[in-house]
Design a protein around this ligand. Sequence first.
Ligand SMILES: *Cc1c(COP(=O)(O)O)cnc(C)c1O
Length: 401
Amino acid sequence: MSNTNNKPAIEGGTPVRSTPIFYGHQYIDDSDIQAVVDVLKSDYLTCGPKIGELEAKLCKITGAKYAVVCSNGTAALHIACLAASVGEGDEVITTPITFAASANCALYCGAKPVFADINPATYNIDPASVKERTTAKTKAIVAVDYTGQSVELDEIISHAHSNGITVIEDGAHVIGTRYNGKWNGSIADMTTFSFHPVKTVTGGEGGAVLTNDENLYKRLLLFRSHGITRDTSLMEHEVDGPWYYEQIELGYNYRMTDMQAALIISQLDKLPMFSARRKEIVAKYNAAFETVESIFVQKEIPESDTTRHLYILRIVPEKLSIDRAKFFEALKAENVCCNVHYIPTYYFPYYEKLGYKKGICPNAEKLYSEIISLPLYYGMTDEDVDSVIEAVKKIAEYYAV
Ligand SMILES: *Cc1c(COP(=O)(O)O)cnc(C)c1O
């Protein structure tokens, strides 16, 4: 860094970047566009051949036996809870450091979300806190692979299964990650994916649930589509004719279109490339920040070979004269436009009105007050990465105490 440029832009100095960079951006190439155009020229815009093709591809990539694709990651969590028979009177344990959907899916089913605290080094849900908050009412655990790092699946699954609890892995961040050599998506009772544009692989919108359990698979199919079946073995009345079908559950229209499916299939071909580049950027950030005293670098468990969806810059407030909000504003002035993932779910007014109080997950609350999500996406150039590092170091050094 040159001496003339060490004054932060927020104090009147020159910004590190002349144009803004944002925390995430999709990468769409000509083959993705062609895949969507081909569907538009075909006979099926929905319920067509691309749906089964995508489901088979997700199974092939992850090693899961079954996949059910749906309209988005939130719908995936909802049908996963329904397939697990989550209902009134049940409790569902999840982390507060996640997108609201991880807890909302329990509320959709009439169940009560119970928040467990996180591990302060990995930021993922702490199995010890999960055990401590398990009761006779616990029906499911929604374990979020925050930032793309796998949760401690072995411990969570063995605790859950010895207590008759279903493990739903909210894998919205995890596509491309392996746990103990197995792809996430093939391990938990059910794993959900999201294909929102900021995620590693996108379909504009889209979601999926992966499972190895045939019974859960059949239930997921029902809840995706109105609770309607054409499978005669599931019917209660006599078959009236070849047109006949029955509604046997209350399901939803959570279908995915063939345009989305075609886009996701095309994107999945680039997953190894997306994954490699994200790992490269994370390694550069880690190497640059490990030596900065006012920055804590997220710890990885050795079991997780991580494709990172988010890069979390965590400040050490005791080593800085500014707080997270000022650090965030200072980066913005350098044209590094970040975000914060996430506000603890139970801070929201909706949850507050349900009776949740601050203080229930101290590690999560402390984490929230110290984090900033830095830009991380496939299309970042080396210059982009360097400029983010330069901006972070400039702010950290200028305000160091
Ligand atoms: C994005 C996300 C979701 C929801 O996915 P959508 O496809 O946006 O509905 C759920 N959980 C987590 C952790 C997410 O990041």
